[in-house]
Ligand binder design. Sequence first.
Ligand code: ASC
Length: 128
Amino acid sequence: NFKEPADAIEYRQAAFSLIGYNFGDMAAMMKGKKPFDAAVFSTRAENVAALSKIPHEGFIVGSDKGDTEALAKIWQDKADFDSKMTTFQTNAAALVVAAKTNDKNQIKQAFGNTGKSCKGCHDVYKKD
Ligand code: ASC
């Protein structure tokens, strides 16, 4: 377990940073900023799906204080926050499945759903 709120903050931020890198590379491919590479895209999707399970544990009580963009509202509406995190994990897992189909429409749809679950949580629970 975490000794200090700062340790929990660092833990979840490390995961979000890796999620951002991997998601960003998929976004570049989806937006045509770089060529679509199915193998790389699949690996990115797998990375995000695995990493999506990491941050939740870091949202311990008291960790809204410190070097964090997490809003106190997370702990006021914890059940909603938890369910949004689960939705993200579900969508990220579905993106892995979609990536393996090689069907651009399915990939686009699943990628869009995953991005919506990032944004859906950030809009409510992250400082801007
Ligand atoms: C990103 C990023 C997010 C999501 C979101 C998707 O690249 O940093 O938070 O995608 O903007 O809608």
